[in-house]
Design a protein around this ligand. Structure first.
Ligand SMILES: [Zn+2]
Length: 216
């Protein structure tokens, strides 16, 4: 499995392009402010035969804002947790919190997924994990074969984790999520913000859990 960082920084969440056997999955899509650059980077990795899809870990604006345009330009399907899909389907900037940044969420059709579902990318099978706490319907993607966690805003590198003070956030749910993630044999950790790490990702998750126990 190849994982490329194709956007992120500033207001944008990290967006990762996963490639395997001419299939590709973009995980999170940024605010939309830097979509031109993101599309250039994505296209540099795709050949004409590639069939891309987009996965959104949760409904926040810095992950979803760019998704509709990227979906149109690449003719890509958007997948996201069914519990939060309304925010993109109906263009609900009040739910994405785009309102707070003065940006409108463009409406787009979305295929809802549930925790426990799998998302296939070529020969890679990613499991949808329920990782509530940052938002109630938040999800992460887990590849058990390689120990790869695409965490969204559940857990970051360096011992930090997603904030729990936004609508539907819940500190106890975040603690439970971090406990479950700390049980996984995480090697490579690709968080929604801050730098990804390759190898020993589990140490970062355990540090975040330890910090969360002291803070939440
Ligand atoms: Zn978020």
């Amino acid at each position: 499995m190849n994982v490329h960082l194709v956007g992120g920084g500033g207001f944008d969440a990290n967006h990762y392009l996963i490639e395997s056997d001419r299939e590709a999955l973009l995980v999170d899509a940024g605010t939309g402010m830097a979509t031109d650059a993101t599309l250039d980077r994505i296209r540099a990795h795709l050949d004409d035969a590639s069939t891309p899809r987009i996965y959104l870990t949760h409904w926040h604006h810095d992950h979803t804002g760019g998704a509709p345009r990227i979906a149109r330009e690449l003719e890509a399907e958007i997948l996201m947790p069914e519990a939060e899909a309304i925010a993109v389907r109906e263009g609900r900037s009040d739910l994405t919190l785009g309102d707070r940044f003065g940006t409108k969420q463009e409406a787009h059709s979305v295929t809802g997924v549930e925790p426990g579902d799998t998302v296939r990318v070529g020969s890679v099978t990613l499991e949808v994990l329920a990782t509530p706490g940052h938002t109630a319907g938040h999800t992460s993607l887990w590849d058990d074969a390689s120990g790869t966690l695409l965490a969204g805003d559940a857990v970051f590198t360096g011992g930090s984790f997603g904030r729990v003070d936004l609508p539907t956030g819940d500190g106890q749910a975040m603690l439970n999520t971090l406990e479950r993630l700390a049980d996984l044999p995480v090697e490579d950790l690709y968080p929604g913000h801050l730098d990804p790490v390759k190898g020993q990702g589990k140490k970062h998750v355990e540090l975040a859990l330890s910090n969360a126990r002291g803070m939440l």
